[in-house]
Design a protein around this ligand. Sequence first.
Ligand code: ZN
Length: 263
Amino acid sequence: MTLFLPDTPAPELDNYWCVFDGQQLWLEDGRFCHQPPAQHTAPRYIGHNGKFNLFSTELIGSAPAHWQCHSLRQSLQGLPASAVALLARAAQLRRFEQSHRFCGACAQPLQAHQHDSGRSCPSCGELYYPRLSPAMMVTISRGRQLLLARGPQFTPGMYSALAGFVEPGETLEACVVRETAEEVGVRIHTPRYVGSQSWPFPHSLMLAFTAEYADGDIVPQAGEIEDAAWFDIDDLPLTPPGHSIAHWLIQHTIMEIRQREAR
Ligand SMILES: [Zn+2]
């Protein structure tokens, strides 16, 4: 989904409001709110997705009785795909502003930029931009089987693609190979990039790959991987739902395997 990030709202589109309240978010019938609350902080324009403009603000006082309060994670899973990227952006900009109020070099208050999301120090000139942490995710195929794994914190019975953060100095492709070897002990070849998603926990940029199995037996990494196994694409366990890139990547890989079989 394309995001448009002009300085000012697109006049032809409707305006919606992303209303934060501590760790929670207020929604109206499972969507962003049509109006801001009666009392709120100065609004911030987030951008638009070609369908609507989004503003974010913080609730002061109480919310209208017909609004519902959700966690950020619940909101991302429940909102339509067209809204997910805007919410990911709103949440990350909010976190950046909350965590970058003062200069890390000289402790003076930072000033927000007018035309981008950066902040700068009027005293020493240090520049700050929202942090993005690239992380890879990979599905590994062997014939019509997928290698999926689960971490100790997963919903019971749920398995997903392998994932891990890119280390300084490392290429994405090298990260895919290294994380796979570390997490499940197998070697892969031909990692191919297939898509990405901004994921605000807290500022990940998830980069999705597919890869082919080369050799090695599965050895789950102690403490990180509770279980990992090969699953036939017609007999998969519970996998991540909704608009997460894990869901999309697993479905994409299944489609690729079916297309290979049909040839
Ligand atoms: Zn400074």
